[in-house]
Design a protein around this ligand. Structure first.
Ligand SMILES: Cc1cc2nc3c(=O)[nH]c(=O)nc-3n(C[C@H](O)[C@H](O)[C@H](O)COP(=O)(O)O)c2cc1C
Length: 193
């Protein structure tokens, strides 16, 4: 199993998939990883819908403004925030912020776990919320936050660049650059250093 820095360094958005299923065992590990993520007050203000049905995957691709590549991934994990679950304890901050963060972190954990197991993933955020809710029969108070497509990679993806770190990482006050020293080569994306 690769270590976490290998996974972070090697993960790329993958938009081509082989016709091979995600094994039941691996899917369960990915979901366990998602549920191991931290959440505000440990309330886990998110729901996850595992979508394997080919017709629903096609509909989700359509609801994502025709991102047709999605349908070829054998598994979609749809992460919904559950604002009221967090609001019960944290009020408006839980409603507007923590529930989105809980869902986002869980999706990130799932994505990294999938890569550690040799799958390719893509984070899809561009979709029509109502259409996604409709396809999955989700209650109106659930907000779809991310669809993570998962499948065996049919491409290696490319190493995307990053902004120069001094542009957005500051020390002690906004605008004063943090002086970063390149330390782990494999994590350095083009342009960031
Ligand atoms: C919030 C969010 C929304 C995204 N939405 C989409 C999307 O709708 N479709 C897509 O193909 N990629 C989407 N991506 C993937 C990004 O394009 C990708 O992460 C970025 O270009 C960096 O490339 P990398 O993931 O290979 O490092 C999204 C990523 C994030 C984090």
């Amino acid at each position: 199993m690769p270590d976490i820095f290998d996974v972070m360094a090697e993960r790329r958005s993958i938009r081509k998939y082989l016709e091979e299923d995600v094994s039941e065992r691996d899917l369960n590990i990915i979901l366990e990883a998602a549920c191991s993520a931290p959440s505000a007050g440990n309330l886990q203000a998110y729901d996850i819908v595992v979508v394997r049905d080919p017709t629903k995957r096609k509909l989700l691709a359509k609801a994502s403004y025709n991102q047709t590549f999605m349908a070829r991934a054998p598994v979609h994990l749809v992460f919904f925030s559950v604002p009221r679950r967090s609001a019960r304890v944290y009020g408006p901050r839980g409603m507007e912020l923590y529930s989105l963060q809980d869902a986002t972190i869980a999706a990130t954990f799932a994505m990294l776990a999938a890569h550690a197991l040799g799958y390719g993933t893509c984070w899809v955020g561009a979709f029509d919320d109502n259409a996604v809710r409709g396809i999955l029969d989700a209650p109106q108070d659930r907000r779809p936050v991310a669809i993570i497509t998962i499948g065996r990679p049919g491409e290696s993806g490319y190493r995307t660049s990053r902004m120069k770190m001094e542009r957005f990482i500051f020390e002690d006050e906004y605008g004063r650059p943090f002086h970063h020293t390149k330390t782990m080569d494999k994590l350095i994306r083009p342009g960031c250093n």
